[in-house]
Design a protein around this ligand. Structure first.
Ligand SMILES: Cc1cc2nc3c(=O)[nH]c(=O)nc-3n(C[C@H](O)[C@H](O)[C@H](O)COP(=O)(O)O)c2cc1C
Length: 306
């Protein structure tokens, strides 16, 4: 069902409609390291061209959300569409996900970046299987470039921000078998690691390999499990493994109430949530491509909405 989405072209040059809302900037010292021991986190996954600010807001009970991937190069050049992606409209906790490999570009971004309410850190994408990124040594081709990742995580932390990694298990089956993912987790001092339990040659019809999570947890690092997690029993399994959180992607697009449901919190009627989403889209002047993608799935039977 997600094949259509997977074929969605990543276009960093699309100009968004004009939005001129003021953001409330905050001091760096007001952003504590977001990740705490002894709490189990429910996270909304980064989904390119889907999880922009309006969708993140309606996933009300997610403890943390992510922007879709943003090219570090484009961001360092303050490309309009990238700047739009890092704009926060409310206090929904959100991590900015970057994909890139040039430390100079990261330094540049960190030199002018000014956090606003809701910002909870930077996440480095070490998992994207898109051949365009792989060819340039990025995404899951970066998994074995430990020194580079170390330096990039260090740069983020030096600025006082939470630094996390989102990764696959390896570039391919060979790297997975060699446990390249454990090598990375062991050697990098990130605040947490989101492990999407597939390697770079697998697609979504291949089942995520949850048997890799206990090994990841045994490193003593903070591991957030990702891949095919949909229901309470799945979450219980991740808790048993010792993971400190779950990240949910495709299921949250169908049902953004999933976070409230999994946490046994009061659940709003889905129609209210859809109406709120539509209102936010208008208020924030959101480019149509995001809601077009979302409305193919949101609420399951709402394919013609919007
Ligand atoms: C349409 C689509 C877009 C995605 N975009 C991103 C992205 O921008 N960054 C990223 O790290 N992962 C991205 N992913 C992967 C998801 O974050 C997640 O790892 C994957 O969907 C598995 O989780 P799930 O089974 O809960 O959906 C994308 C996946 C899909 C289907």
């Amino acid at each position: 069902m997600f094949n259509i989405l997977l074929k969605t072209k990543i276009n960093f040059n699309t100009k968004p409609k004009k939005t001129l809302q003021l953001q409330q900037h905050i001091k760096r010292t007001e952003i504590p390291i977001y990740f705490m021991a002894n709490k189990f986190y429910y996270m909304l996954a980064p989904l390119d061209d889907m999880t922009e600010s309006c969708f993140r807001t309606i996933c009300k009970d997610a403890d943390l959300t992510f922007t879709g991937l943003i090219s570090l190069e484009s961001l360092s050049k303050k490309n309009i569409s990238s700047m739009e992606k890092i704009k926060f409209y409310d206090a929904t906790p959100c991590t900015i996900q970057i994909i890139g490999q040039r430390e100079e570009s990261l330094k540049k971004v960190l030199s002018w970046f000014s956090p606003t309410k809701g910002f909870k850190g930077f996440n480095l994408n070490v998992g994207c299987p898109d051949p365009n990124f792989i060819r340039q040594g990025m995404g899951c081709a970066m998994l074995k470039r430990i020194s580079k990742i170390k330096r990039m995580v260090g740069l983020i932390k030096d600025h006082g921000y939470t630094a996390s990694i989102k990764m696959r298990l390896g570039l391919n089956g060979y790297e997975k078998d060699k446990k390249a993912y454990l090598n990375l987790i062991n050697q990098i001092d990130a605040d947490f690691f989101v492990v999407h339990a597939r390697h770079g040659k697998q697609n979504y019809s291949d089942k995520a390999d949850w048997t890799t999570f206990p090994d990841c947890v045994s490193t003593g690092k903070n591991i957030v499990a990702n891949g095919d997690i949909k229901k309470k029993e799945d979450v219980d399994k991740m808790k048993e493994f010792g993971c400190c959180g779950v990240m949910i992607g495709r299921e949250a697009v169908i049902n953004p109430l999933i976070f409230s449901q999994l946490k046994d919190l009061p659940v709003e009627p889905i129609d209210n949530v859809i109406n709120k989403y539509k209102r936010l889209l208008k208020e924030r002047n959101t480019p149509d491509r995001y809601s077009k993608n979302i409305f193919k799935f949101l609420g399951n039977d709402c394919k013609t909405l919007g």
